[in-house]
Design a protein around this ligand. Structure first.
Ligand code: NAD
Length: 354
C-alpha cells in the first residue's frame, strides 16, 4: 500500500499525525504500508511557491492513495488565485480525475446529543452523500468579471455537465446504493436549470441498469429542507458539485461535529484521495485540541475503497466507536461536564482500542 501523506496547513499536520499512528500500528502487525510525505496548499506555496508543487503531484500520481489533512490559512488569503491553497486541492482532484466524492454522515449513539437536531430525528442516522467533484460551475469556462457594453461590470460563471460525467458518477451512486439499502435520491434543480434537466434524464437512464435500486429525484431546495426535517428518509444522495458542496456541509451538522466526518474522492479505478470534510481550522491550529477522528475514519475509507480491505476498515471504525464508548472526547464533541482530551491523546486512545 503506497500512500502519499499530505498534511497541508492549520490543524492538518496534527490530525494527520494521528491517522499515521493508526497506520503505523497496522504496519507493526505486518501490513505492508509505505508512506511518503509531501507539501500541499499553503505549505506547498511556502516550500515551492506553488500550492501543488510538481514533486507532490508526481508522488500522488505514483501512489495508490493519498491521505490529506486540510489546506488554507489567513496568511494566504490575499495571494493571487493560482497561488491560493485551495487551488492545490482543486488541481489535484482534477489531475487525478477524482470525480466521485463520498461523504458518509453517521450519527454515533454516544454523540446523538451533540447534534443540533432533536435526538429522535438523528439517532441511527447513516446516509451517504455522493457529490460529483470535477465538473459543474466550479470548473466551467468561460468565467470571470467583464464589462458590458453599457459600461456595467458583471461577474459570470458557466454551469455544464457532459453526458459521460453524469453517467460515471451515476454508476458509482447506484453501485453504492446496491451495497446499502438500495435507495438513491438524485438531487438537482431541474425546474430551473437546463443542466439539471439533462442530469435527471441521464441518471434516470443509468437507473434502468439497476432495477433493484429505488430511484427518486428531488429539487435541491427541498433536499436542503428535508435534510433537517427528516434526514433518515435518505440513504444515498447523488448530486452535482455545487449542490453537493452545500448539502454535505449541512449534513455534517446532523452528526454533531464536522470533526467526525471522513471523505473519499475516487477515480474510475478506485484510486483515491482521503481527507476529513472539515477545513484547516486556523482558529484552533497548533493547540492540540482538534478532533482527529475524521482523518482516522478517512483511513478506514481508504482501506475499504482503494485497498478492498473491509476487515481493516471495520476494525478502525470499531476502534473509533470503542474510544467514544470509553468516554474519550475532544472539545468539539464533549458535553458539558465531560473531561476533554487533546488531539494526540485521542490518536493514542484509538490505537489502544485498535
Ligand atoms: P473549517 O472547517 O476549517 O472550520 C470551521 C469551524 O469548525 C471552525 O470553528 C473550526 O475550529 C471547527 N473545526 C474544523 N475542524 C475541526 C476539528 N477537526 N476539530 C474541532 N473543530 C474543528 O472551515 P473554515 O473556518 O470555513 O475555513 C478555514 C480554512 O480552511 C480556510 O482557509 C478554508 O479555505 C479552508 N478549507 C479547506 C478545506 C479543505 O482543505 N478541504 C475545506 C474547507 C475549508
Amino acid at each position: 500500500m503506497k500512500i502519499a501523506v499530505l498534511p497541508g496547513d492549520g490543524i492538518g499536520p496534527e490530525i494527520v499525525a494521528q491517522a499515521v499512528k493508526v497506520m503505523e500500528a497496522l504496519r507493526s502487525e505486518g501490513l505492508q504500508i509505505e508512506m511518503e510525505y509531501a507539501h500541499i496548499g499553503g505549505a506547498g506555496y511556502d516550500a515551492a511557491g506553488d500550492p501543488l508543487p510538481e514533486a507532490t503531484l508526481k508522488l500522488a500520481q505514483e501512489s495508490d492513495a493519498v491521505l490529506l489533512g486540510a489546506v488554507g490559512g489567513y496568511q494566504y488569503d490575499n495571494l493571487p488565485r493560482p497561488q491560493r491553497p485551495e487551488q492545490g486541492l482543486l488541481r489535484i482532484r482534477k489531475v487525478l480525475n477524482l470525480f466521485a466524492n463520498l461523504r458518509p454522515a453517521m450519527v454515533y449513539p454516544e454523540l446523538v446529543s451533540a447534534s443540533s437536531l432533536k435526538p429522535e430525528l438523528v439517532s441511527g442516522l447513516d446516509i451517504l452523500i455522493l457529490r460529483e467533484l470535477t465538473g459543474d460551475i466550479y470548473f466551467g469556462q468561460p468565467r470571470g468579471i467583464r464589462t458590458l457594453e453599457n459600461g456595467e461590470r458583471q461577474g459570470f460563471d458557466t454551469m455544464h455537465y457532459s453526458e459521460s460525467e453524469i453517467r460515471r458518477v451515476a454508476h458509482v451512486g447506484f453501485q453504492s446504493a446496491m451495497k446499502r439499502s438500495k435507495k438513491l435520491c438524485s438531487v438537482d434543480k431541474a425546474n430551473v436549470l437546463d443542466t439539471s434537466m439533462f442530469w435527471r434524464e441521464i441518471v434516470t437512464e443509468v437507473g434502468k441498469e439497476y432495477p433493484e435500486v429505488e430511484l427518486s429525484h428531488m429539487y435541491v431546495d427541498n433536499a436542503a429542507m428535508q435534510l433537517v426535517r427528516a434526514p433518515k428518509q435518505f440513504d444515498v444522495i447523488l448530486t452535482g458539485n455545487i449542490f453537493g458542496d452545500i448539502l454535505s456541509d449541512e449534513a455534517s451538522m446532523l452528526t454533531g461535529s464536522i470533526g467526525m466526518l471522513p471523505s473519499a474522492s475516487l477515480d474510475a479505478n478506485n484510486k483515491g484521495l482521503y481527507e476529513p470534510c472539515h477545513g484547516s481550522a486556523p482558529d484552533i491550529a497548533g493547540k492540540n485540541i482538534a478532533n482527529p477522528l475524521a482523518t482516522i475514519l478517512s483511513v478506514a475509507m481508504m482501506m475499504r475503497y482503494t485497498f478492498a480491505r473491509e476487515d481493516i476498515a471495520q476494525r478502525i471504525e470499531n476502534a473509533v466507536r470503542k474510544t467514544l464508548q470509553q468516554g474519550y472526547r475532544t472539545g468539539d464533541i464533549a458535553e458539558a461536564g465531560m473531561a476533554k482530551i487533546g488531539t494526540a491523546e485521542m490518536g493514542d486512545a484509538v490505537v489502544a482500542a485498535l
